[in-house]
Design a protein around this ligand. Structure first.
Ligand code: BEZ
Ligand code: FE
Length: 302
């Protein structure tokens, strides 16, 4: 293998990869090399430009720590995260659609039962909302004892993980034996993805905005069902058509309605008036789920 040039180099690298024992690793690496070489050829990448690329990727890595995941953000704004969601979550008819996980999920949030108050300890107030609904199977039967991992940004559009503070507006809410769940929170607001790092520079260089429409995150899981990583967006949000990470699905847009009823407010421990969001999640049965997906999902909900 000598005297390689732009016409023979790709094949030489691919042949070298064939020694790898793991077939899936071989498949992925072979394709990655072919596409990377094709990309360099297509744009005729210069040495200076590739060095800029290496500096950018280095900065992305250096921005990461145990709370900040700049590579997830990069994958999100390039639409790669949503491509992988689409490939791996062919929605079973009737099941809640999946969308992007994002960089702000955290293990170890406090567990709550029916009627949880996720506003406890919040450092910032918002519009009070009572969120309630059911976890159902695709055939409409209640799913008993589901868990809903919920997280959302504070009123200033910043997630608790972006500050040094405690967990805030997040919790693991257990549904009851009839599949019913409820919790109090604040209505989410639209916010900017983090733009103080290299991915922010990249977004600015494209001339696009860096906003996400308001949403609450949820991972809903129950024994015997496929977990779903999803959002509930807010009807009427100005960024629904321009999400910086391409994650909006029509089926995930919820309506927040105003309730002006002192007796109901008192019963629920809410101020009067308050907002209400009624939202059912529908889970697909866990049959036929691919091993790869199972591993990823159990990591997300552990
Ligand atoms: C989020 O929804 O938390 C999020 C998703 C992608 C990038 C940044 C934030
Ligand atoms: Fe978010």
């Amino acid at each position: 293998m000598r005297q390689l040039n732009e016409d023979t180099l790709t094949q030489a690298v691919v042949e070298r990869l064939q020694k790898a024992k793991d077939a899936r690793f071989r498949e992925i690496m072979t394709s990655a090399v072919k596409h990377l070489h094709a990309f360099a050829r297509e744009v005729h990448l210069t040495e200076e430009e590739w060095f800029e690329g290496i500096k950018f990727l280095t900065a992305v890595g250096q921005k990461c720590d145990d709370k900040r995941q700049e590579f997830i953000l990069l994958s999100d704004i390039l639409g790669l995260s949503m491509m992988i969601v689409a490939l791996n979550n062919k929605t079973v008819p009737g099941a809640t659609e999946a969308t992007v996980l994002g960089p702000f999920f955290a293990h170890g949030a406090k567990e709550y039962g029916y009627g949880a108050d996720l506003r406890q300890g919040a450092t910032m107030k918002g519009e009070d909302v009572w969120v309630s609904g059911r976890v159902l199977s695709v055939d409409g039967k209640p799913v008993p004892n589901a868990a809903l991992d919920i997280w959302q940004a504070k009123a200033d559009g910043i997630y608790d993980l972006q500050t040094d503070g405690e967990f805030e507006l997040r919790g693991r809410v257990k549904a009851n034996a009839n599949g019913e769940y409820a919790f109090a929170s604040y209505k989410p607001k639209f916010y900017s993805v983090p733009v103080d790092g290299p991915v922010g520079d990249l977004i600015r260089a494209t001339g696009n905005h860096h906003m996400r429409p308001a949403h609450m995150h949820a991972i809903v899981s129950a024994p015997g069902y496929q977990p779903v990583i999803t959002h509930v967006f807010v009807e009427g949000d100005p960024y629904l058509d321009g999400d910086a990470v391409f994650a909006v699905k029509d089926s995930l847009i919820g309506r927040y309605t105003k309730v002006n009823d002192a007796a109901q407010a008192k019963k629920l421990g809410m101020p009067n008036p308050f907002l209400k969001l009624e939202w059912d999640f529908r889970l697909a049965p866990d049959e036929g789920i691919k091993a790869r997906k199972k591993i990823a999902a159990s990591d997300a909900v552990a």
